[in-house]
Each structure stands twice: as C-alpha cells, then as structure tokens.
Ligand binder design. Structure first.
Ligand SMILES: Cc1cc2nc3c(=O)[nH]c(=O)nc-3n(C[C@H](O)[C@H](O)[C@H](O)COP(=O)(O)OP(=O)(O)OC[C@H]3O[C@@H](n4cnc5c(N)ncnc54)[C@H](O)[C@@H]3O)c2cc1C
Length: 386
C-alpha cells in the first residue's frame, strides 16, 4: 500500500458492499421509489453485515472503523445505483455526534439501533426562514421544571418517516448571557406535538424530504446530547463527516452514470463503429473519469485527515471534496444523458432522474456557494463576504 491507495481491508470492504448492492440493483431501487415504497431491505442488510455502523465504536454495536470506511460503503452503494441518503445523516452525522458527545447511557440507547438499522436517526437543522444562515434558526427550547419544551419548524428534513428519532438543532437561552445558543436534542418522531409532511420533490428516490412542525414538544432533560453550552462545537463535529459522506454519495452516483454511459457508448452504433468511437462522445466521458477520480482522491484525503484527528485539515479537504464531487457528478449525469440520446430521457434507461439527484449535491447539505465562501476566506484569506 502507498499513501495514495486504500488499505487491502478498505478495498475488500468496497468489493463486498458493491457485491451486496449489486444483488439489489438500480432497477429494484427505482421501482421502490416509483411505487412509493422503501429500501428498508437493503438498509437492514447492510446493517446486519455491520457496514451501517462501521464508523461507530464496537462497544455500541459498531465496527470501530472511521469515516473513511462508512464513506466507502456510501460510495459503493451509490455506484451500484442504490444511493442511500440516510447514510449521510444517521450513522455519519448523528452517529458521530452521539459517539463523541453523548453520555454512556445515551450511546447505549441510540447507537446500536443506528448501527443495525432498526433505530435510524434523522437530522434537522434547516429552517424555512433561516436557510443557509443557520445562525438565524428560531426553533427554541425553553426549560419547564425538569423538562424542555421545543417549538419551531424545520424543512427539507430527509427520512423522517423512516426514522425513530430526529437530532434537532434548537436554540436555548443562556442563563448567564440571556443570548440564544444552539443545543442538540434527540426528539422521537412519535412525540406528542411533532408532525411531519412530505415535500413533493423531483428526485427519484425512496427517501423523502419533509417539513417538520414542532409544537410545544416536551422532552426529558436527557434528550440533550452533550453539553448544553457546547452545542456549536458539537454541531461542528458532525460537519466534516457530513461533507465527506455527501462527497462519497456524489462520486458514487457519478461512477454509476459514467459506467452506464460507457457501456451504452460501446454498444450503440448509428454510423460506422459504436458512438463511443466519436471523440465528441468519448472525450466528455474521459473528462468525467478524470474529474471523478480527482474528487475521490480528495474525499479519501479528507477522510484520512479526519480519522487521524486533524479536524482543521479535514475541514478544508472535506469542503473541497464535497465541491469537486458534486461538480463531477452533475457533469457526469449530464454527459450520460447526452450519450444515451433520446433514450437518455426515457424512464426505461433511467438516466434523466440522475440529473436531479446529482444536482441536489450542489445544494445540500451545504451549497457550492458556501463552500466557495469557506475556501475564499479560510484557504485564501479573503474577507468574509456575508
Ligand atoms: C435533497 C435534500 C435533502 C436535505 N436533507 C436535509 C436534512 O436531512 N436535514 C437538514 O437539516 N437539511 C436538509 N436539507 C436542506 C439543505 O441543507 C438546504 O437546502 C441547504 O442548506 C440550502 O438552504 P436553502 O435551501 O434554504 O437555500 P437558501 O439558504 O435560501 O439559499 C439559496 C441560494 O442562495 C445561496 N446563498 C445563500 N447565502 C449565500 C451567501 N452568503 N453567499 C453566496 N451564496 C449564498 C445558496 O448557496 C443557494 O444557492 C436538504 C436539502 C435537500 C435539497
């Protein structure tokens, strides 16, 4: 192994996940999505094999691996046409935050279910009026005796219908300063006062996005994850894993699109030789291959830095990886559609659906503009622009 190749173990993990996802396959995934059904069978299958919680400590049912491992799982699933967005959320964001900051009792309560897939956790920070500016969220938590009372509204929250709990970012009043500070709460999806409604999206996926209405939801004291005064730091702990996973989701989808495009370009003949012999078709696909490999390399670097405990270095690399991966995926999907000609926009070939799925990677979980803001400010030392 050199520093530029993954360990034998990681490569074997990729092969195993790829094989498993291949037994389900893209057609199965799309059928589930179009029928309004779920991909729970695949979710539980990866949980059973220990891949879903591979990044979570062994004593809580996980595999004791790192973000690089769970990112590899996420990428290989997507590369087989079975992207599971909740992997970004449940094991990577929620699993990381709880592993790092939860009490032992909280870890015992929530992590085993995150690992085996029977206790999925959604994550809710985005609000309609705050959007990207998460400092402006207004979901508030107030104390009432021994309990907390939460009120607010969240939007675009993935997988609420498949989750037992949501890790909700709310704001509570600081007893000393009177200012509002972020606090993280685990809220059961069946809590009294919590309602959710699906948002009709154009993405072909069994995983849906929801509006969540939180109306005077009462929570016990131990619903707070970590230190009430350390909400921001704790929240940041989930950001690098989130970006590394989002990057892997995108590179996986990009590989899927490119594989399908290359296969089609080898088969389809309209003049002399297959269409892949025309450089107008071959070059964009070759360009995608290069862009995807570059994004993968940056993603692996970000994961390696994160797993080595270099949060600062990982922050820059994770942002760059997420940016590069989303760009590579959007371009790969577009080129795959073009390669397929009219077939590119039929449901039978399923390429056009990838346009929206990959496009979401430019918006969520952090937009390309906010990454460019980060790089302009932190990597180039330019003034803050917002
Ligand atoms: C498929 C999908 C799944 C999601 N899942 C979740 C989830 O599970 N949990 C959750 O909490 N959220 C989730 N989100 C929400 C997602 O994180 C937000 O959509 C994203 O952060 C952008 O916020 P917004 O949509 O309000 O856009 P806005 O904040 O309204 O931004 C609109 C545009 O303006 C740009 N912009 C805003 N401010 C600046 C600035 N200062 N400089 C330059 N450009 C700027 C943005 O980049 C964007 O292009 C999901 C979104 C999608 C699409």
């Amino acid at each position: 192994m050199t520093s530029f190749t993954e360990s034998e173990e990681r490569q074997a993990l990729r092969r195993e996940v790829s094989r498993l996802a291949g037994t389900f396959g893209r057609e199965w995934f799309v059928e589930k999505a179009r029928a309004g059904e779920k991909t729970t069978d695949l979710w539980l299958a990866i949980g059973k094999l220990g891949y879903l919680g591979i990044n979570i400590p062994e004593e809580y049912g996980g595999g004791g691996g790192g973000i690089g491992d769970i990112a590899a799982v996420c990428e290989e699933l997507a590369a087989q046409g079975c992207p599971l967005l909740l992997m970004v959320v449940s094991p990577a964001i929620c699993g990381t935050i709880i592993s790092r900051y939860g009490t032992d009792e909280q870890k015992q309560r929530w992590l085993p279910g995150i690992c085996d897939g029977t206790g999925t956790m959604a994550f809710a920070i985005t609000e309609p009026d705050a959007g990207t500016n998460t400092h402006n969220i207004t979901t508030t938590a107030r104390r009432d005796g021994d309990e907390w009372v939460l009120t607010g509204r969240k939007i675009y929250i993935s997988g609420v219908d498949e989750a037992d709990n949501i890790l909700v970012v709310a704001r509570a009043e600081d007893a000393r300063t009177g200012k509002l500070k972020p606090v993280l709460f685990v809220v059961p999806t069946d809590a009294a006062g919590l309602e959710y409604r699906p948002i009709p999206m154009e993405i072909v996926s069994p995983e849906l996005q929801f509006q969540v209405f939180i109306d005077e939801v009462r929570l016990p004291d131990d619903a707070v994850v970590g230190d009430e005064d350390g909400g921001l730091v704790q929240l940041f702990a989930g950001l690098n894993p989130e970006r590394i996973m989002a990057a892997s989701f995108s590179t996986g989808l990009a590989r899927f699109a490119l594989d399908r495009a290359a296969a089609y370009a080898k088969e389809r003949t309209v003049f002399q030789g297959p269409i892949g012999s025309h450089q107008a078709i071959a070059h964009p696909l070759a360009q995608s291959k290069i862009e995807i490999e570059m994004a993968r390399l940056m993603t692996q670097k970000a994961a390696a830095l994160y797993d080595a405990g270099d949060d600062m270095g990982a922050g820059e690399a994770a942002n760059m990886a997420k940016y590069a991966a989303a760009e590579a995926a959007c371009d790969a999907a577009d080129r795959a559609v073009q390669t397929h000609g009219g077939n590119g926009i039929t449901q039978e070939y399923g390429m056009a659906g990838l346009l929206v799925a990959t496009r979401a990677g430019r918006i969520a979980p952090v937009s390309r503009e906010m990454i460019l803001n980060f790089v302009a400010m932190h990597s180039l030392g330019l003034p803050k622009s917002y």
